[in-house]
Design a protein. Structure first.
Lengths: 456, 1003
């Protein structure tokens, strides 16, 4: 009912992601980082080096592993049906087999594998089973990185999703919906809500640019006004905080953190010149799921390309999603068919959905590869994890997860291989290795047992 | 002052508790008779919460003041007898081992576990039906009572604690609307709120990430700019070459015959090409758009014919057609075509487009949808000139500011006129005699052979009648074509306007639907009913010079209260009074003196940077709306100490709790005034009555009922279009409307909440009635329909519930059963075990109806314990397909709607199901609705220490036969709603009002 008649908000343009035609710009190298006088990010590389980017792309309900895992390990590996769409980028990615996220398992908490799969995927933590009060997971790997390197970009991190949160009812088996609709966790009690509308993402990145750009003077004045308000509310929050109980104080901490972050952005935005590449327009409406996914990927490429952020997560479908894919001939919900009970027709349907997802991922890689940066491409500077927190949707197992790692991490990763890890190697080992590479090293993460340097 | 406050506090406390424990007539505790004595009297006594509070516990057969029940002697024997077989003596099914608990202390340390035990025992979920030993009902009650006694001390009620609550989307939207009088939705781009315990207003789950904070800041700015417009609109003259305008199409593929570089850009209607120019206006304003153009037909007219359909060029703002200009000039004589366009504040696209012909007959023939045939030629455009503002204030009347007659209904921002003579009415103040332009933006749904007609009337006198040919196109899709789908699915409203001389004073502009038409048998459902949709009205002051538009009503009153001698003369003193007034409304309590000082400094900062009075005040107002005092509600200074004596929440907090519970919005002036005088608690009954009678109480329908019964989730259901071709967005909306209207009838007529189960009436329009196979209901509007002789009862048989509990391609008795258990009986089944065993052997396909498959399922012991309770309920509803239609067969097999409950009761079909549930599970339904209402009201889950309050409300409900007002009053007067945990120091919000808080407030 809502919004159906709010017509003037809409544009009348064709809503096709591809129509937005991202220009293939030459190295939009970290203008902002330089403008802000920020130091180099990577521990490994010297000053002036290109920044490394890190993204995590999530697909729900596991995959048909038989149609995913290459037969042989090493450089000479085949691409089974689900990975076929990625053939053009075979040399830019590795298939990582045998990784596990143990904390997604029940561990005595009964059902709820979907909620746990997404809540633990990047946090490595075992989420607390609760449908309301006291949600708890852990700080996610992307947010650990953002804490360390996020101050060098306008947005510390960018959270994207194609699924808005649930509107009512509880979610998976007594778990709060927060577990299934968020991937990034800023603190163990605070998931970071993703943005679902590509247009909004665009405006977060570049502001409302429809009417041209402001002068430096106008920017300064606006920044001054904004800051006076932030100062005011900051003081309100601190005054309130003084008289609060523990859980209230947690809420006020969220508030204070948010205000601080905006303050930082106001300052950065005041200093930096407009960063939007010429010729790029805000995204239009989308008509299909595929367009939606692609527009989100477009935004992510744009964010990386303009060095507006270096850390991102993208939920292509929320864990447990029951979205039908009628355009693939799958009229049943994804979750329903993922419980295929070994029936061939259902397995076929899940596999089609899985391959559709990798096809979208291929689109993303294509775009990243199309952006030149330094002597190579943007993709070379990236570390993109693609995968699911569930292996087989029917079994709900959390070992042997379907995981891809794309990009060269600025020359620190050798892609183009099928890497077969020892069974039940913690996925968190991979995350430790990635954190090292973006300059946010940490000793342990979840159930990590060491680094996963097989990717090097 | 302080002493007085303390007395009031004590009185309020006593009153709160006494009310919470309202006498139940046959109270088990004889001493409770005293609870009706006047609050004032109680206040005199040195009553402490401990002494007063002894809620009447209907579950307890013994003396409520009795000492703690001993675990070993009262609880353990029952557990041993009925539970240990699986959950003790070495077994720990479901990872639950009850014999590790040996004392009250053990129980207290495992609250969550015992909460579940109580729930399962009470709802007969456990022991499983196939267990050898089944407790009697009396034993169940005894166990529950004894366990509850373990968990809390009835002599010391624990109101629990509510974390500081951020306003959720709905609350924020409503609050901003009430404060500022803006009608647009400022939350449109906010992220979805996470839900907990089935509701989206749960304090602990409502987080505030930086992204949302950004949106709050942006929303406050936008809303204030609209409410207090201060931007001056500079006169703009822009001349844009067509080649510089933004095209909607690929300009590189120029049509043959056009000389490149000539500056002419061709528009084709094939894909509805358009050129757009952005304008920005600091205030709603009137612009003029002029376009230099000519037309060229695709081919010469057939021999002997010289007449040709005209080429039309649309001048639009966004999706709205301001004017369809007929382009008669050819390339030898290009001509200027112009249109006036009303532009709201902000940045907007003015467009020149060549659209397809849409409307009545031609469209139907051409596309069977609403795309329309192509125009027979091209239009070439060279220049677009935009100038404005060209007139005085532009006033827009939209949303709830529009009044309706008859069965007309609201659709988002606009209204729908369904029947002949129905009107949409806008009243507005004309400041001075003069020349005005009156506009209505409208579109229509077509049926029959003539266009829909709309008459504009001024003060009841007809002005002009228009043919509304603009299609509403709610869901038309061109078959087989994807190209234009995005266009076809959007309504393209058009502006219809008249000029009139108006006298100063209150005027009434109305749009009347002239010619309703119905064609119920039309094969295309898009052509069955003619309706007119009016999106908004605009009143343009032609005779006045361009100026700032008026403030919204609440803001005009706010400024008028504090600025007596014009804005030019107003300074810090006026600003201070104004900000105190606004902060009091926004923060739901008067600001402290220091807060007001800081606000005034913000005003002065803006002033010193050249902003005028209103703009400077607005700067401080923005801070008020971004402050945690606005975004969060709850009483700061809360202790977390369960042992300290509880105390009543402040009157201001009580006003907020009431208002957000019943209205999902901020307290109105009456509530705040009562709170200021400390008189709200005394007046509670009258206030609740007043609030329930207010239209604002409809918030309960969408926000409480919508989440309790989950029908808000209907949008997330996607029945398979191939299998259910009749399912459409409009049918879905009708289903939702049915359930909303039904719950509204319970609210408005103060009916029994048990009606959700048993009601033999509902609300239908023709679309839904046909869907249900019920005759005699005609037209789009909903009306009450008796179901006395129909196989439908209560919400269980609403299309909404039946659809949202189905899979895309088939029914799911399990989901339906689960919904009944979860929503109506408050007995959500335990989650399924991990690694659910497959129903069938490898590779062997399942056969038979869903029911047959499930019967097999239940033969498995692991599944049976829960499915025995869920499935039968679903089976009884098998006569309804996955979108709620009646059916007698499922595939080839006849539907078998017989069912057997775990207790052996058998029944067949929906009517018997409703009856059996109403007879045997009445208490569970009352408990479920009570706990849901309490959860919604408190913004937290129901905890064991709330059980006495819940039991109290249920007892009251039983007496009133479930009246809705009893539920609301029960919640409002309950300990957890009225009180808070003690401990911690408090900030003196009611003890220390600022002097300026006494300024005269809104009358």
């Amino acid at each position: 009912m809502s919004g159906k008649w709010q017509l003037d908000r809409r544009t009348f343009l064709r809503g096709v992601g591809a129509a937005m035609a991202l220009p293939m710009l030459d190295a939009m190298v970290p203008t902002l980082a330089r403008a802000a006088g920020a130091a180099s990010t990577s521990g490994a590389a010297g000053a002036g080096a290109l920044p490394k980017r890190m993204a995590f792309i999530y697909v729900p309900n596991g995959v048909t592993m038989k149609a995913w895992t290459p037969a042989k390990a090493g450089k000479e590996f085949n691409l089974p049906r689900i990975l076929e769409p990625l053939a053009p980028y075979k040399d830019d990615l590795s298939v990582l087999s045998g990784l596990a996220q143990k904390n997604a398992s029940s561990l005595g908490d009964g059902a709820g594998d979907h909620a746990r799969a997404s809540a633990s995927f990047l946090t490595g933590a075992h989420p607390r089973k609760t449908s309301g009060s006291d949600i708890r997971s852990g700080v996610s790997v992307d947010q650990l990185a953002a804490r360390k390197i996020g101050d060098q970009t306008v947005l510390p991190s960018l959270e994207l999703s194609c699924d808005a949160g649930a509107r009512s009812g509880s979610c998976d088996s007594g778990y709060s919906c927060a577990y299934q609709f968020n991937l990034a966790w800023r603190s163990e009690a605070m998931p970071v809500m993703p943005e679902v509308d590509p247009k909004q993402v665009f405006e977060r990145l570049f502001g409302d640019v429809s009417g041209g750009r402001d002068s430096q003077q106008a920017r300064s004045r606006r920044a001054m006004f904004q800051k006076s308000i932030l100062d005011f509310v900051n003081e309100d929050a601190r005054k309130l905080n003084a008289g609060l109980g523990k859980s209230d104080r947690r809420k006020m901490d969220e508030y204070l953190t948010a205000v601080r972050e905006i303050e930082k952005r106001v300052e950065l935005a005041e200093k930096s010149a407009p960063r939007l590449p010429g010729g790029v327009r805000p995204p239009d409406l989308y008509e299909s799921f595929e367009e939606h996914v692609r527009l989100m990927f477009d935004m992510l490429v744009l964010a990386f390309q303009t060095d507006s952020t270096r850390v991102s997560t993208f939920i292509m479908g929320h864990e447990g999603s029951n979205r039908p894919y009628p355009f693939l001939g799958v009229n049943d919900g994804h979750h329903d068919v993922s419980h295929h009970m070994r029936r061939a027709d259902k397995i076929e349907k899940v596999t089609r959905i899985n391959a559709f997802h990798t096809k979208q991922f291929a689109y993303f890689l294509e775009k990243l590869k199309g952006v030149k940066e330094g002597d190579g491409t943007l993709l070379d500077q990236c570390m993109i994890v693609y995968g699911s927190g569930i292996s087989d949707g029917d079994r709900h197992n959390h070992d042997d997860l379907p995981i891809l790692l794309a990009g060269r991490g600025g020359g620190t990763i050798t892609p183009g291989r099928h890497i077969q890890a020892a069974p039940r190697t913690p996925l968190n080992n991979l995350f430790l290795s990635m954190l090292d590479r973006v300059g946010a090293p940490t000793d342990r993460f979840g159930d990590s047992t060491g680094r996963f340097e097989a990717i090097a | 002052m302080r002493d007085k406050c303390l007395i009031i506090l004590a009185a309020a406390l006593a009153a709160g508790v006494a009310l919470a424990a309202a006498p139940s007539g046959k109270s088990a505790d004889g001493a409770r008779g005293a609870s009706t004595r006047p609050a004032a009297k109680v206040a005199q006594s040195p009553a402490t919460p401990r002494a007063v509070a002894a809620p009447n516990s209907p579950f307890a057969s013994g003396d409520v003041v009795a000492a703690k029940v001993d675990f070993q002697s009262h609880v353990r024997p029952l557990l041993q007898r009925y539970c240990f077989e699986c959950h003790g003596d070495g077994s720990s099914a479901g990872e639950l081992d009850l014999d590790t608990f040996n004392s009250t202390a053990d129980v207290l340390s495992g609250q969550a576990t015992w909460q579940k035990v109580i729930r399962y025992a009470r709802t007969q979920t456990m022991p499983p039906p196939d267990a050898d030993r089944q407790p009697t009902q009396a034993e169940r009650e005894e166990l529950v009572a004894a366990l509850q006694r373990q968990l809390f001390d009835p002599a010391r009620p624990d109101p629990g604690r509510i974390t500081l609550r951020r306003l959720n989307r709905t609350e924020y939207r409503n609050t901003i609307r009430d404060l500022l009088g803006v009608s647009f939705d400022p939350t449109i781009d906010f992220p979805q709120d996470d839900t907990g315990y089935g509701f989206d207003n749960i304090a602990d789950v409502l987080t505030l990430p930086p992204m949302l904070m950004e949106k709050y800041l942006a929303a406050a700015e936008k809303a204030l700019d609209e409410a207090v417009p201060t931007g001056r609109t500079e006169r703009q003259e822009r001349k844009v070459a067509a080649t510089d305008a933004k095209p909607s199409f690929d300009t590189s593929a120029a049509p043959a015959g056009d000389a490149a570089g000539s500056g002419w850009v061709a528009l084709s209607s094939a894909r509805e090409d358009s050129l757009s120019v952005t304008v920005e206006s600091a205030a709603p304003a009137e612009f003029v758009v002029r376009v230099l153009a000519y037309g060229r037909y695709r081919q010469a007219p057939p021999p002997g014919r010289i007449d040709r359909p005209p080429l039309r060029m649309s001048i639009m703002r966004g999706d709205v057609v301001a004017r369809d200009a007929i382009v008669t000039s050819d390339e030898t004589k290009p001509a200027w075509y112009e249109s006036r366009v009303g532009v709201p504040r902000g940045r907007h696209q003015l467009r020149v487009a060549m659209r397809r012909e849409r409307g009545v007959a031609a469209d139907r023939v051409a596309s069977g949808g609403r795309v329309g045939p192509e125009q027979p030629g091209l239009i070439f455009v060279k220049e677009i000139h935009v100038s404005g503002p060209v007139a005085g204030a532009v006033r827009r009347i939209e949303g709830e500011q529009i009044q309706l007659t008859g069965t007309a209904g609201r659709t988002g921002a606009g209204v729908a006129l369904h029947r002949t003579d129905e009107r949409a009415i806008a009243t507005f103040d004309v400041a001075a005699d003069g020349h005005y332009l009156l506009r209505a933006q409208a579109c229509a749904e077509h049926a029959g052979d003539e266009p829909a007609k709309m008459e504009l009337l001024l003060d009841g006198k007809p002005l002009e009648t228009f043919e509304v040919s603009a299609p509403a196109a709610l869901r038309a899709r061109p078959p087989g074509s994807t190209d234009l789908s995005s266009l076809a699915r959007r309504a393209v409203p058009q502006v219809y306007e008249v000029r009139a001389d108006l006298k100063a004073g209150k005027r009434e502009l109305a749009a009347r639907f002239v010619n309703n038409h119905r064609d119920p048998e039309h094969p295309d459902e898009n052509y069955r009913d003619r309706n007119v949709y009016v999106n908004h009205f605009e009143v343009v002051e032609l005779s006045a010079p361009p100026s700032s538009p008026p403030m919204t009503d609440p803001m005009r009153r706010l400024f008028a209260r504090h600025v007596k001698n014009g804005f030019a003369a107003a300074g810090a003193a006026e600003a201070k009074a104004l900000l105190a007034d606004f902060a009091r409304r926004a923060w739901r309590r008067p600001p402290l003196a220091v807060e007001l000082e800081r606000l005034t400094r913000l005003f002065e900062l803006a002033r010193s940077h050249g902003e005028e009075f209103a703009g400077s005040a607005k700067h401080a107002m923005k801070a008020i709306l971004a402050s945690p005092n606005f975004l969060f509600r709850g009483e700061p200074g809360g202790g977390d100490d369960a042992d300290a004596p509880p105390r009543p929440v402040s009157e201001f907090e009580l006003a907020s709790r009431l208002s957000y519970f019943l209205w999902s919005t901020t307290p109105d002036d009456e509530l705040l005034k009562l709170a200021e005088r400390g008189a709200l608690r005394e007046d509670l009954d009258a206030q609740v009555k007043r609030m329930l009678a207010s239209p604002k109480a409809n918030a309960l329908v969408e926000n409480f009922a919508g989440q309790w019964l989950q029908f808000r989730n209907l949008d997330a259901s996607h029945p398979d279009r191939k299998k259910f071709p009749t399912y459409s967005d409009r049918l879905r909306d009708a289903m939702k409307r049915e359930t909303q209207l039904f719950f509204e009838s319970i609210l408005r007529e103060d009916r029994s909440v048990l009606d959700v189960l048993t009601a033999d009436y509902t609300f239908l329009n023709e679309r839904l009635a046909r869907h249900y196979g019920i005759g005699g209901v005609e037209g789009e509007e909903f009306r009450r329909v008796s179901l006395a002789d129909k196989p439908r009862r209560g919400v269980l048989t609403h299309g909404s519930v039946l659809t949202l509990t189905s899979n895309p391609t088939r029914t799911s008795p399990v989901k339906r059963g689960k919904w009944v258990l979860e929503s109506l009986l408050g007995a959500a089944p335990p989650p399924p075990p991990p690694e659910i065993p497959s129903l069938e052997k490898d590779g062997q396909a399942t056969t038979g109806t869903v029911r047959q498959q499930l019967e097999k399922h239940r033969a498995d012991v692991t599944c049976a314990s829960c499915h025995a309770a869920m499935d039968p309920v679903g089976f009884a509803l098998e006569n309804f397909d996955a979108i709620g239609r009646w059916r007698d067969t499922d595939g080839a097999a006849p539907v078998d709607a017989s069912a057997k409950l775990p207790d052996g009761k058998t029944f067949t079909g929906p009517i018997e199901l409703a009856r059996v549930l109403a007879e045997t599970r009445k208490n569970d339904v009352l408990r479920s609705v009570t706990e849901s209402a309490l959860t919604f009201a408190l913004g937290r889950g129901v905890e064991p220490h709330d059980y006495p309050a819940v039991d109290q409300i249920i007892a009251e409900l039983r007496k009133s036969d479930g009246k809705f007002s009893t539920l609301v009053t029960g919640v409002v007067k309950s300990v957890p709603f009225q009180m808070r945990r003690g401990g911690g120091q408090r900030q003196g919000h009611d003890a220390e009002p600022t002097e300026t808080a006494e300024v005269s407030h809104e009358r």
